[in-house]
Design a protein around this ligand. Structure first.
Ligand code: ADP
Ligand code: MG
Length: 292
């Protein structure tokens, strides 16, 4: 039926799609970025993968579910200047559109008041589904909704995992960081049993990889021995660009479009969009000197 088609929004400055395309209207794919450990590049991955999706012409919303508001800040928005935030969406059922700002991608903003949401939501019936309900009216507006989560497995993260179709788990390549994955898997099992039977891990992403160290190589080997194909073929290397870009309120794709850091998240986007074999084949073609 003609009505089931919609025009893909063309964003200024975005290379693809270069012509008006028609695509079947589908509800957004919702991805949560989770790991209860802090400093493993959850926020960095949420923003930069979202920016890579947007570069491909997709309509993307990033949702900041961390009271620290790092994602909000990394798009140049001051959390203290916000009149309403994700707290109001979760606790007072304010429309998520009211707290969304348009930047490189759309950002549903957080501020420190979100720290009080877990207590404010405690007496609410269906408190684990508050975020899922908030998404219902906007599912057709986006191709991807990317949720950044705080470094805990509390109610905010449970809301994200309940609303999500898939989970991406950034992991810093150190042995101690990887132990936390078992705990995350246990939480996901609990979510599957009680709240969201279909949620699954899209992939485990090695981040902050210092390829010069033997420890990093060994850590990736251990990860692959334990999780096999669930470990993305893409790797995110350690580089100071990731610390510099948010200070300017930009993704690395905007900050240094031709840099290695930007390319690593474009590779990850290709892997999520087209699968692991696509990325491995593309790499092999580059190594052999024949473009894929
Ligand atoms: P999380 O959200 O898991 O706490 P962040 O995304 O905030 O982690 O990253 C933690 C810190 O590490 C930030 O200062 C960020 O700029 C930096 N960082 C993230 N990814 C990289 C990387 N690949 N190389 C170097 N620094 C990084
Ligand atoms: Mg973070």
């Amino acid at each position: 039926m003609k009505d089931s088609f919609q025009l893909v929004r063309i964003r200024p400055g975005v290379g693809k799609p270069s012509t008006l395309e028609r695509s079947v209207s589908k509800p957004a794919k919702i991805i949560a970025f989770a790991n209860q450990k802090g400093g493993v590049a959850k926020t960095t991955t949420t923003l930069n993968l979202a920016a890579a999706f947007a570069e491909e012409g997709h309509r993307v919303l990033c949702v900041d579910m961390d009271p620290q508001g790092n994602l909000t800040m990394s798009q140049g928005i001051d959390p203290d200047s916000l009149e309403q935030s994700m707290y109001d969406v979760l606790v007072h059922k304010v429309s998520i559109r009211e707290v969304t700002r348009k930047r490189e991608i759309d950002v549903a903003c957080a501020s420190i008041d979100l720290a009080g949401a877990e207590i404010a939501m405690a007496p609410m019936i269906g408190r684990e589904r508050a975020l899922q309900r908030a998404f219902e009216p906007i599912l057709e507006d986006y191709d991807f909704i990317c949720i950044d989560t705080p470094p805990s497995l509390g109610l905010l993260t449970i809301n994200a995992l309940t609303a999500a179709h898939k989970v991406i788990v950034p992991v810093q390549c150190e042995y101690l960081s990887m132990r936390g994955l078992i705990q995350l898997q246990n939480t996901l099992s609990m979510i599957r049993e009680n709240l969201n039977p279909d949620v699954d891990i899209e992939g485990i992403l090695p981040t902050l990889v210092d390829s010069r160290t033997i420890h990093a190589k060994e850590a990736i080997e251990i990860l692959e021995e334990n999780f096999g194909d669930r470990v993305f073929a893409s790797r995110i290397r350690k580089t100071v660009r990731f610390a510099e870009a948010p200070v300017k309120g930009m993704s690395v794709l905007k900050y240094e479009p031709n840099g290695v850091a930007a390319q690593s998240y474009r590779d990850l986007a290709q892997e999520v969009l087209h699968g692991r074999t696509h990325v491995i084949a593309a790499r092999a073609a580059i190594a052999a000197g024949t473009p894929a």
